[in-house]
Ligand binder design. Structure first.
Ligand code: LRH
Length: 473
């Protein structure tokens, strides 16, 4: 059986994972793990894209040292961020990050050119101030010469795939996060792009996941000592993660990491006024399906708190410390934009509690508790919104990704929503990435088989709602 390599880079860390099928089981092996973080450069928060590429190369070389030469490789990262290339295929700018304040006020400007109803009707994408459309508009207003010089627009995984192969394409699942893709044609929407005054030429061909992009550039083959086929996975990490939900028909999922992405999988998009007002999105998935979901601020808040405490505590420490404090003592509205990139998350949470006359959390455990409770509160509201829009009730919630290891959060979610919660797989994104590569090369016949393999390979934990659950508020 062939080896496939998934590169899965998130906002706080990245990993290179090796996958291989053994009858109907997917065997996973972590080859390389590295940190990722925002850096402040030339007046903007950026990603160090060149060092991320070096980390990918390190991962491939570690395979070589193990005597393994994978047949294929595919890369996924978070959505919405991009780079612009000039006529010599050189980067025009740093890879500016979506939490950079350059987009302040840009959504309002764009919505004065295209109405909210129209933009949602065409794209089905939620309104988040950091969507690519508002980032591009910020470039147009603040650095127009960049756009004048630009010949190619590539999302970050597209750029990394380009560095591997020399081939420039725009992968579909990630392209939909730009809010520039027509939800029905699944192609760039030229009306929106021309209304914004952005040159159409920079947008390349949209390619679906499973596309075989090509082989490695010659220098890389020399460096690694072997060649690989580069295959487009669902390059938006959330799209890859949701592939790993064993059965999406009757369950709500939460892809839990830096963000909590909560929703369902649909065959058709829902672009109703209700969906727009509740700010649900219809992101492109594999096989023409849509992820109807909501972005919830997620574990970013605890990642930042951890940073504020100088990394003195692990995530497990936070969970343990939090469990010593009473439930639902102080709550913050996690989706308040003030939590998107505050100077100091701990102080921001404390300020919010003070302003809303709640007990101010001081102890690190108390702060963590406030975050977990507030997240669960938001999850519960989102369940209600989803069930209202879809006109049906769900009995289960399936949590996937790194955040699915948080027992406290999972149990609280079960208790609060009165639904059974399934947790796992932890490596959902890398698994989804690998399965798409295996589908592309015929190692796996179809998506049903892929789902069977997931069920067969990973153990899930179940959390039942506690019989007696009282809110102590
Ligand atoms: C999660 C994620 C999410 C996007 C956000 C920018 O990593 O890709 O789906 O909305 O990052």
């Amino acid at each position: 059986m062939k080896y496939c390599l998934a590169v899965d880079i998130g906002a706080s860390s990245g990993k290179v994972m090796l996958g291989q099928l053994n009858s109907d089981r997917l065997l996973l092996r972590e080859i390389h793990r590295f940190d990722n973080q925002l850096i402040y450069k030339n007046g903007h928060y950026c990603w160090d894209i060149q060092s991320l590429f070096q980390e990918i190369k390190t991962g491939v070389k570690k395979c070589q040292q193990l005597g393994i030469s994978p047949s294929t490789i595919g890369i996924d990262t978070w959505a919405v961020d991009f780079v612009l290339l000039d006529e010599n295929d050189q980067l025009i700018t740093d890879a500016i990050a979506y939490r950079d304040p350059r987009t302040d006020g840009m959504m309002e400007k764009v919505l004065s050119i295209i109405s909210k109803e129209k933009l949602y009707g065409i794209t089905g994408i939620q309104f988040q101030k950091f969507n690519t459309i508002y980032q591009l508009y910020a470039v147009k207003e603040q650095d127009p010469e960049w756009l004048k010089r630009a010949q190619h627009f590539l999302m970050l995984p597209d750029y990394l795939h380009y560095l591997l192969t020399g081939v420039k394409v725009n992968e579909y699942t990630n392209a939909t996060s730009t809010q520039l893709v027509n939800v029905l044609s699944q192609n760039w929407d030229h009306e929106i792009i021309s209304k914004l005054g952005i040159n159409q030429r920079i947008f390349g061909e949209i390619k679906q996941p499973q596309t075989i992009l090509g082989t490695l550039q010659k220098e890389l083959v020399k460096e690694f000592g072997f060649d690989m086929e580069v295959i487009l996975p669902a390059s938006h990490d959330t799209a890859s993660a949701v592939i790993s939900v064993p059965s999406t028909e009757d369950t709500i999922y939460i892809s839990s990491g830096t963000w909590s992405l909560m929703g369902v999988v649909n065959d058709l998009p829902i672009c109703s006024t209700e969906a727009m007002e509740m700010n649900f999105t219809n992101e492109g998935g594999i096989n023409g399906q849509y992820r109807f979901l909501k972005n919830i601020m997620g574990l970013w808040m605890i990642e930042e708190v951890r940073r504020n405490f100088g990394h003195a505590y692990s995530y497990t420490d936070f969970m343990k410390m939090a469990s010593q404090f009473p439930d639902f003592q102080s709550l913050v509205h996690v989706d308040d934009p003030r939590f998107l990139k505050p100077e100091n998350m701990v102080e921001e949470i404390q300020a919010y509690c003070r302003e809303t006359n709640q007990q101010v959390p001081i102890h690190p455990g108390e702060i963590a508790k406030c975050i977990y409770d507030s997240l669960v509160d938001c999850y519960e509201n989102t369940v209600n919104e989803l069930e209202t829009i879809l006109g049906r009730e769900f009995k289960t919630i399936h949590v996937i990704g790194g955040g699915s290891q948080n027992h406290l959060l999972n149990q609280k979610l079960a208790d609060k929503t009165r639904k059974e919660v399934y947790a796992g797989p932890i490596e959902a994104t890398a698994i989804g990435n690998l399965l798409v590569q295996m589908l592309a090369i015929g190692e796996i016949d179809d998506v049903n088989k892929a789902k069977h393999i997931i069920k067969n390979s990973f153990e899930l934990k179940t959390y039942f709602p506690a019989k007696e659950f009282k809110e102590e508020r």
